[in-house]
Design a protein around this ligand. Structure first.
Ligand code: ADP
Ligand code: MG
Length: 818
């Protein structure tokens, strides 16, 4: 019986450690009824028990089981809102939409259940439940490492493995024990739509005792999978159109959800479907209350009454706002693509109208909320969505899924440091998630626009984003959070150690991180080399959405009124190829002579853009600048681009990037007041000199020097350049603006190997700028005995000292008085 008393005491203690106040929530009967159907409700006791007993808990449950909307409510009701209950989402659209939904379910104002995304939010002093993007919470950790305003943090959609989510989990695995130690208890919940959570739970570096995993069993109705016999390689949007038309005409009622990869595709398919299945006038007469209300609201909005004769569809035509607060790298970012022509045979007269709605991350919240409302009576709902509908949002009433099998992903080019978006095959796990969307309320069907053989070749799971992303960028972001020892950071999936070390070195050389000491004990120096703190310049760079080399150029750009030019050059370098390929082989002899003519003309044009004298020394970057300037001056038309050998898509993209980068610079440095002037004047000679210096400051590790005639022992070095990293010579390409000039010192954007190793994007620089702009590469002081310095002035005052790879060259620099 003593044991029993002890047990009771334990229970007593447990009760004491429970939050005392239970907060009643006043929900409407309809909401209450809908909630009771959610699988997560059945697990409320288990979840709250686990939360009480553990600092960290993992919850797994199918999309739509109620995790995002209900778990914050459980915590609130159980009295955990002594501080704020914070929920992070990888997507803005989910943060906004879920905060509205939870406020409504709880019958609370948005002053209490609020959201915060990058540039907007409705958080107040009364906020108790706060939905936010993961980036927002990261920035808050930077200001207050202990997150003292929060009592609970929920990391939602952890299965997406976004870089910020991964970093957050790593950070919180340290913050939570620290808070508990300091007597300010805090809970961490990690929620995932898949059961694959070992990276979080079986990770000694992350959690010493593995957190409990609670599985929510969702009712899932069977979904029949239909594979295509053939796999369209190009026009999957067209294929999606045909499939959707067929489903709508032939199959029983039930919503259709189409998965495409980006905003432009979504709009294009929406337009096509609306044309094929318009609302007819006679239907309009007996439209639902909702539609009449909408029309009234629309009329109110426009100040002058106006009759639109050919407006057949009474429902709104969503155009979305393409540019809404798009950070570079949003998954839906994409240049506009061409509208696909209509297929007349698909215009058959349907008996039921199709209610077509787009859905993607950057869609305005009001537009996006429509997918949750019942579609007008007598219509069939058809949502055309990006990946956002895969797990973040559950759309009610979907019975048919059309899956293009692709996803738009960010890729990183290790050579150029440029990240870009590419459409690739998705993973099997993700395709199955998409199929599952069809079986939420009744048995459904999933139409895959690819063959089962292609599916068999998909990877099993999507890999963590961290293994695909630039680490320089990531390391800089973490240093900006004052995480100095990035190598020791408990990443759920760590990037390779070599990648981290290389990133740290590059950032030091760019001046973004403080230089480690050059003397001392080897071991201490090693340590210091891997934990360099950030510099003020680094902080400025961290705020620009481009790779660090380019971020540095932007950070320096405001000097001497160079900013518009720096922004244009960075935008042009970030777009992979702005010129059409002049080397393309000709098909026939006739074509060949035409091609030769065209080549000559285009080469001449590029020379013209490069200019003479001072501006020529900016080289290929001046050609880019000239091309951007000329193209904008001509109104950026496809015709101008075609005639002048420019890629139209690239030019449109550059224009968009210029806008975004200008906003980014203004956000950091409002006093500059930068704006995009499409008709900017060419830079002055003075500015060109400054631009060359800015480019050198950014591309300093891509410095090359022409080998002097008297030093050439092997003929292969004729006109060759020596770079610190390679044993073999590299060359200036014949199409480069500097091919004839052959300056002694150049910086390049990247090296491409074709018949020879060629530098691309070459600019001439002056040797005497090196010690000033790249002091990290130089040694100032008495000559070093060994190893051989990279830069060595005749007077022995300037020497390169850093990384050993730089020691092999022994370039002469003119003496500089320091
Ligand atoms: P999970 O996070 O587990 O995927 P959610 O909590 O997002 O699940 O969704 C639970 C249910 O709430 C779903 O059936 C979904 O359709 C519904 N729901 C979510 N947001 C809204 C909304 N704004 N309007 C109506 N229903 C919604
Ligand atoms: Mg969710």
């Amino acid at each position: 019986s003593e044991a029993k008393v002890g047990e009771q005491q334990q229970i007593q203690n447990k009760k004491l450690s429970q939050p005392a106040i239970f907060i009643p929530v006043d929900r409407s009967p309809e909401i209450q009824e809908a909630r009771l159907k959610l699988p997560v409700l059945a697990e409320e006791q288990v979840i709250m028990e686990a939360v009480r007993e553990n600092p960290c808990v993992v919850i797994c449950g199918e999309t739509g089981s109620g995790k995002t909307t209900q778990v914050p409510q459980f915590l609130y009701e159980a009295g955990y809102a002594s501080g704020i209950i914070g929920i992070t989402e990888p997507r803005r659209v989910a943060a906004v939409s879920m905060s509205h939904r939870v406020a409504k379910e709880m019958n609370l104002s948005t002053r209490v259940v609020s959201y915060q995304i990058r540039y907007e939010g409705n958080v107040t002093d009364e906020t108790k439940i706060k939905f936010m993007t993961d980036g927002v919470l990261l920035k808050e950790i930077q200001k207050d490492f202990l997150l003292q305003r929060y009592s609970v943090i929920i990391i939602d959609e952890a299965h997406e493995r976004s870089v910020y989510t991964d970093i957050l989990i790593g950070l919180l695995s340290r913050i939570v024990p620290l808070r508990n130690k300091k007597g300010m208890p805090m809970k961490l919940l990690v929620m995932s739509a898949t059961l694959r959570v070992e990276d979080f739970t079986d990770n000694q570096k992350l959690f010493r005792t593995p957190p409990p995993v609670i599985k929510v069993d969702a009712r899932q109705f069977p979904v029949t999978i239909h594979f295509n016999k053939r796999t369209p390689l190009e026009d999957y949007t067209g294929e999606a159109f045909h499939k959707t038309c067929k489903i709508h005409r032939m199959l029983p009622p039930g919503g259709i959800l189409v998965f495409l990869t980006g905003q432009a595709e979504v709009h294009s398919l929406c337009r096509r479907l609306r044309k094929a299945f318009p609302f007819r006038k006679d239907e309009e007469a007996d439209t639902s209350e909702a539609m009449r209300k909408f029309k009234k609201a629309k009329q109110k909005k426009t100040s002058l009454p106006r009759i639109d004769l050919d407006n057949y569809s009474a429902l709104p035509v969503d155009e979305g706002d393409e540019d809404r607060e798009a950070g570079i790298g949003d998954e839906d970012d994409e240049g506009s693509d061409l509208d696909i022509g209509d297929d007349p045979e698909e215009k058959a007269d349907p008996s039921i109208p199709l209610y077509v709605l787009p859905l993607y991350s950057l869609l305005a919240p009001e537009q996006q909320a429509k997918v949750f409302r019942p579609s007008p009576p007598g219509t069939r709902l058809c949502v055309v969505a990006t990946n956002v509908a895969e797990t973040s949002l559950t759309i009610p009433g979907i019975k048919y899924v059309v899956d293009c099998g692709r996803v738009k992903k960010r890729f990183y080019d290790r050579v150029t440091g440029v990240s870009s978006f590419k459409v690739t095959w998705t993973s099997q796990a993700s395709a199955n998630q998409r199929a599952g969307r069809a079986g939420r309320t009744e048995p459904g069907h999933c139409y895959r626009l690819y063959s089962s053989a292609v599916f068999g070749d998909f990877s099993l799971f999507s890999e963590a984003e961290i293994t695909r992303r630039p680490v320089e960028d990531l390391v800089l972001q973490m240093k900006d959070l004052n995480i100095d020892k990035v190598v020791n950071f408990p990443f759920p999936t760590p990037p390779s150690a070599e990648a981290l070390v290389a990133a740290e070195q590059l950032l030091v050389s760019l001046g973004a991180l403080k230089e480690p000491p050059r003397t001392g004990r080897v071991k201490e120096m090693e340590q210091a080399r891997l934990s360099c703190p950030i510099t003020p310049l680094g902080r400025a760079m961290a705020s620009f959405p481009v790779a660090p080399r380019y971020a540095k150029m932007l950070a320096l750009g405001k000097q001497q009124d160079c900013l518009p030019y720096v922004i244009s050059v960075v935008a042009a370098m970030t777009v992979r190829e702005i010129f059409v390929d002049l080397d393309r082989p000709a098909g026939s002899e006739d074509e060949s002579s035409k091609l030769t003519q065209r080549r000559a003309r285009l080469t001449q044009m590029r020379r013209l853009w490069a200019g003479q004298g001072a501006s020529l020394l900016l080289g290929d970057l001046m050609v880019m600048l000239g091309a951007v300037g000329a193209c904008e001056f001509a109104g950026c038309t496809p015709k101008f681009c075609e005639e002048n050998g420019l890629r139209y898509k690239a030019m449109v993209e550059i224009r968009r990037l210029r806008g975004q980068l200008t906003n980014a610079v203004n956000a950091v440095c409002p006093e500059v007041g930068a704006f995009v002037d499409p008709k900017m004047a060419p830079p002055t000679e003075h500015q060109v000199v400054c631009l060359r210096q800015i480019v050198l400051a950014g591309l300093g590790d891509h410095l090359a020097r022409r080998v002097q005639a008297e030093d050439i022992l092997d003929p292969k070095w004729k006109n060759g350049y020596k770079t610190p990293l390679m044993d073999d010579p590299v060359f200036i390409h014949p199409t480069s603006a500097l091919f004839k000039t052959l300056p002694e010192f150049v910086v390049y954007q990247e090296i491409m190997e074709t018949t020879k190793m060629y530098m691309r994007g070459v600019s001439a620089v002056e040797a005497e700028w090196v010690p000033e702009l790249l002091p990290q590469y130089c040694h100032f002081g008495p000559p070093l005995e060994s190893p051989q310095p990279w830069f060595c002035s005749s007077s022995g005052t300037v020497r390169c000292h850093r990384s050993s790879t730089f020691f092999r060259v022994g370039w002469q620099l003119p003496a500089v008085e320091m």
